[in-house]
Design a protein around this ligand. Structure first.
Ligand SMILES: *[C@@H]1O[C@H](CO)[C@@H](O)[C@H](O)[C@H]1NC(C)=O
Ligand SMILES: *[C@@H]1O[C@H](CO)[C@@H](O)[C@H](O)[C@H]1NC(C)=O
Ligand SMILES: *[C@@H]1O[C@H](CO)[C@@H](O)[C@H](O)[C@H]1NC(C)=O
Ligand SMILES: *[C@@H]1O[C@H](CO)[C@@H](O)[C@H](O)[C@H]1NC(C)=O
Ligand SMILES: *[C@@H]1O[C@H](CO)[C@@H](O)[C@H](O)[C@H]1NC(C)=O
Ligand SMILES: *[C@@H]1O[C@H](CO)[C@@H](O)[C@H](O)[C@H]1NC(C)=O
Ligand SMILES: *[C@@H]1O[C@H](CO)[C@@H](O)[C@H](O)[C@H]1NC(C)=O
Ligand SMILES: *[C@@H]1O[C@H](CO)[C@@H](O)[C@H](O)[C@H]1NC(C)=O
Length: 555
């Protein structure tokens, strides 16, 4: 018994000690166990005719990361245990990157905002153990960018050496799902542009390709929209807590150069109390008390969508937003409509009486008008699940539905034939478990208790309870951060490395996920992020991170 057990433990530790720190795990991966170090003259050769600037910039960032990450391997003794292997290692002098024959040369930025299902993230990467050149190939500059990201995760630092101990390495990689996202709310609390840049950087390191920007909500309106600047003038927390059109175009470019599409959301017709600061006549139950009888959180206020002027205004704001954000996708929101607010609103009731419409019929007209403004601007709408499950509105079959209330609702949306992005609070909400925040009730829990661990989201099954045909409707998924209890000060620790778990689930696919074997790699993600200036949290004591498996309850 005893020798067998000892042997089993040794085998587990041995399998862990060769830690591929790659995240997300490539869908095709083979590694050896030979050390290989970067030559002092190591360079990345871009063998692409008329290489776009953003590809050259990505190459420059990769080189900088290779030399500056200075991450020592997470093993007892850290880098020093590799000293002998490094001193005998062959030197890698080059990585050559090129496009497949016949590929059209476009910039990463153009490819990053293509329609979701036509983006090609695939690449192959081959690093021989002899030190003869490494080769990265793809059909797209976007694929080359993904491959560069992988390359930079393979190398560690010790004593001025940058090296891998896993040569030869062969990777053939492509994502399981086209949508891998992160949603951030910048209305409950404001985040300066540099925080968004840092978040976009970290997203790109784990191959997240969509930033769902829930930019405005009832509490504040930080977005300056040309033609509608009074919304931010009167609705931002302060004149410095705004995103100007220049900020937006900077962030959209910054994201696109890193393979990320920025999908803006203006949540309507609910979650719009702040619009009343500029247009009191457009908003029902604005600031009404007690807020709890007409909203899920303070302040109350929702667009009077029965009014032709409000329909016109909202459609025009969406047209203006469409011009600011080049993405093909744009979210019109649609969650948590409070019917009591409209029942109590004289203007709404008067119009319904006059037109003979029901509230649902008026909501349908409003939705068709706003979505037709999007269609004219060439955009595909995204809406929250209630627009399909709780309301009777006409949606084009291309509409993308985000299921947030519960993963249990995914099957019902799929039954109606809509495309879906998993966003369920029971797996992917980053804000749960922080306790209640409504002041007079300080002992309450957060509504979506408990805290959602990385293990919870990582083990989500994207096609649970779906038929094979319904499973085709799943575009991917995302983590989400609502910021009632977050600001710049805790952004990184709240998001990272947790959000990396959905990034891997939806890139590598559920068949490759395994919490036990993922943990050492996720430690690596967190430590590398910290080397790059992102304050990812510790998942365990460093003692455990250096001894994979040793802190398991069974160890
Ligand atoms: C990349 O770095 C090289 C060498 O420092 C520099 O000449 C070039 O302008 C950089 N390219 C971009 C697009 O940043
Ligand atoms: C490129 O496209 C071809 C044809 O669609 C595909 O077989 C291949 O896997 C793609 N990726 C790479 C890296 O060549
Ligand atoms: C809204 O009204 C303005 C001014 O009457 C008009 O120019 C605009 O086309 C209308 N928008 C929609 C979406 O009907
Ligand atoms: C709308 O009509 C109903 C019944 O027809 C009436 O009870 C109600 O007072 C009317 N409301 C308004 C705001 O005119
Ligand atoms: C939903 O809308 C359709 C078309 O507008 C209508 O025929 C149907 O009666 C409505 N159903 C409900 C439950 O309101
Ligand atoms: C939507 O309907 C059009 C026209 O019937 C069809 O070509 C398209 O495939 C449908 N899309 C989805 C996602 O079902
Ligand atoms: C699948 O259905 C089972 C049984 O109804 C339920 O317990 C589970 O939560 C569902 N899973 C998802 C992801 O919807
Ligand atoms: C998950 O990984 C652990 C550690 O590598 C391994 O012991 C276990 O067999 C794996 N589980 C599955 C289902 O592959």
């Amino acid at each position: 018994m005893v020798p067998t057990l000892a042997f089993a433990c040794a085998a587990v530790l041995a399998s862990f000690s060769s830690v591929d720190a790659l995240w997300p795990l490539p869908t095709g991966l083979s590694v050896g166990s030979t050390a290989l170090r970067l030559s002092q003259s190591f360079d990345i050769t871009v063998d692409v005719q008329g290489a776009p600037d953003d590809l050259n910039a990505a190459v420059n960032r990769t080189k900088s990361q290779l030399w500056n990450d200075k991450l020592e391997r997470l093993v007892v003794g850290r880098g020093s245990v590799d000293a002998d292997a490094i001193s005998n290692a062959a030197e890698l002098t080059s990585l050559t990157i090129s496009l497949a024959d016949g590929a059209t040369v476009r910039s990463i930025s153009e490819e990053a905002i293509d329609a979701l299902e036509s983006r090609d993230d695939s690449y192959t990467l081959s690093i021989p153990e002899t030190g003869s050149g490494a080769v990265l190939k793809a059909n797209s500059t976007l694929g080359l960018f993904r491959g560069l990201t992988t390359f930079s995760q393979l190398f560690y630092y010790y004593n001025d050496n940058v090296y891998t101990i896993e040569a030869p390495i062969d990777i053939t990689d492509k994502p399981a799902y086209p949508y891998r996202g992160l949603m951030l709310d910048t209305s409950r609390n404001y985040f300066p542009v540099e925080d968004l840049e840092r978040t976009l950087d970290a997203m790109s390191w784990v191959k997240i390709n969509n930033f769902h920007w829930h930019v405005v909500d009832s509490q504040s309106f930080p977005l300056q929209i040309p033609g509608f600047t009074d919304l931010a003038e009167k609705g931002a927390y302060s004149s410095s807590m705004v995103y100007t059109p220049d900020d937006v175009s900077h962030l959209v470019s910054y994201a696109a150069e890193r393979g990320i599409d920025v999908i803006v959301e203006m949540d309507t017709p609910g979650h719009t109390a702040i619009v009343s600061e500029a247009h009191p006549e457009y908003v029902a139950c604005a600031g009404s008390a007690p807020w709890a009888s007409s909203a899920n959180e303070p302040p109350a206020g929702q667009l009077r969508f029965t009014e032709p002027a409000v329909v016109n205004f909202t459609a025009d704001v969406f047209t203006a937003l469409s011009k600011m954000f080049p993405s093909k996708l744009l979210s019109t929101g649609g969650d948590e409509l409070n019917i009591n607010c409209y029942d109590q609103d004289e203007v709404t009731q008067g119009t319904l009486n006059k037109t003979g419409k029901t509230l649902e019929q008026a909501l349908d007209s409003f939705t068709q008008a706003t979505h037709s403004a999007l269609a004219q601007a060439g955009k595909t709408p995204i809406v929250w699940e209630e627009m399909v499950l709780d309301h009777n509105v006409t949606l084009s079959n291309e509409t993308v539905i985000m299921v947030w209330i519960s993963s249990d609702n995914v099957a019902a949306v799929a039954k109606k034939g809509f495309k879906i992005v998993h966003s369920a609070s029971d797996y992917f909400y980053l804000d749960c478990g922080g306790g209640g925040w409504v002041g007079s009730s300080p002992s309450t829990n957060s509504w979506c208790d408990p805290f959602k661990t990385w293990q919870k989201s990582y083990t989500f099954d994207p096609t649970a309870n779906l038929t094979a045909e319904e499973s085709q409707l799943i575009l991917g998924g995302q983590h989400l951060l609502w910021t009632e209890q977050s600001g710049p000060e805790n952004l990184d620790p709240t998001v990272w490395p947790r959000a990396a778990s959905s990034a891997e689930l939806f890139w590598s696919g559920p068949a490759l996920t395994n919490v036990s074997s993922a943990l050492p790699r996720l430690h690596d993600v967190a430590y590398r992020m910290r080397q790059r200036g992102v304050k990812a949290i510790s998942l365990q004591p460093l003692w455990c991170a250096l001894r994979p498996g040793a802190c398991d309850v069974s160890a």
